[in-house]
Design a protein around this ligand. Structure first.
Ligand SMILES: [Zn+2]
Length: 333
């Protein structure tokens, strides 16, 4: 039929062919304009949505940074919108409502221990991992108080004062060990009265570090090296459960290699040991919500033990002057 001329058509059908208007080529401008307007509205809506999401993420970060600092930070305020956790398929607690004080040992003029050639200082390793632990814990919504954030000198009592004033629930001091000879591995020190909570904290951290890989598990130890009646100042003068972690010997190359290659895993092991302790001691419930209506207190080092406060402090004070001044000689970081 397409090849038929009008004349042929009339001859065959007795009427002129009805030419269908080529409607498909007609442009309905009003419809096009409406469609374009709708498209523009959709795009504008999407852009607005993306902007809102980006803004809410950066607000979360800013909020955390500010909230970590003040001592009495309001932890009841949720920093994450409920819709965020709905969007995330992985079930993860977005905020753990407890506070920990992380203490990077030594600093400033007090370098702590060092490698034989002096090229690597304990204070730097301590600060590096302390800051990483802080970041890790904050990513889990834990409030972290730092005794120092940079290479500055800080007295031992100042460190305790910061933790006590902030009413931190847990205190973890990070150090590297030293020894004049071949020695390797990780040990964690608690108060010599071996308080249950402090020991649990130390054990939780040590178990996880061992799972990552350490040269030797030198165990949870109490008191002060070579002086069982004495204590590390930060373990005796903090109100909350505390421990002092010796993350391998800076004087042993293989321990330094482990420290460097396992850095991220060590960071998480320490962080997870801290978090686990907060769960176990019922500072927070299984959703991370705070149960305890006061700061967590150590169950022994400050009130129960046989030593009177003054004699304990005197003895400890004497022992730890050496520690704070640089503890290389005593095989101690
Ligand atoms: Zn040290």
């Amino acid at each position: 039929m397409a090849n038929m001329s009008d004349e042929e058509f009339i001859e065959m059908y007795g009427r002129p062919p009805v030419r269908v208007k080529k409607r498909r080529y007609k442009v309905y401008w009003n419809r096009v304009i409406i469609a374009l307007v709708i498209l523009i509205l959709i795009i504008a809506g999407l852009v607005q949505l993306v902007k809102t999401i980006v803004r809410s993420f950066s607000d979360d970060d800013g909020g955390k940074g500010k909230k970590a600092l003040p001592a009495g930070a309001d932890q009841s305020v949720s920093q994450t919108d409920p819709q965020d956790s709905e969007a995330a398929p992985v079930k993860e607690v977005t905020q753990l409502q407890f506070k920990v004080c992380i203490d990077a040992g030594h600093g400033g003029e007090d370098g702590g221990t060092a490698t034989a050639d002096g090229s690597r200082l304990e204070k730097d390793d301590n600060l590096r991992i302390a800051l990483a632990v802080k970041d890790y814990l904050e990513s889990k919504g834990v409030t972290v108080v730092m005794t120092r954030n940079d290479d500055t000198f800080l007295g031992l009592q100042e460190r305790c004062d910061i933790a006590n004033a902030a009413q931190a629930d847990l205190f973890v001091s990070l150090h590297r060990n030293s020894y004049d000879g071949e020695m390797s591995g990780v040990e964690i020190w608690v108060h010599n009265s071996e308080p249950q909570y402090d020991t649990l904290l130390a054990q939780n951290i040590l178990t996880r570090l061992e799972n990552v890989g350490i040269a030797d598990n030198r165990g949870v130890q109490s008191g002060y090296i070579g002086m069982p009646d004495a204590n590390y100042h930060v373990n005796s003068e903090t109100d909350m459960p505390s421990c002092l972690v010796e993350l391998g010997f800076i004087t042993t190359d293989s321990d330094n290699q482990l420290f460097d290659s396992n850095f991220t895993a060590y960071t998480q092991a320490i962080g997870d040991g801290i978090i686990e302790t907060a769960f176990q001691l019922k500072v927070i419930d299984e959703d991370g919500k705070r149960i305890m209506d006061h700061m967590l207190l150590s169950d022994g080092k400050n009130n129960g033990s046989t030593q009177t406060d003054s004699s304990g402090v005197d003895q400890q004070g004497a022992a730890e002057e050496g520690v704070s001044g640089g503890d290389t000689a005593a095989a101690q970081g």
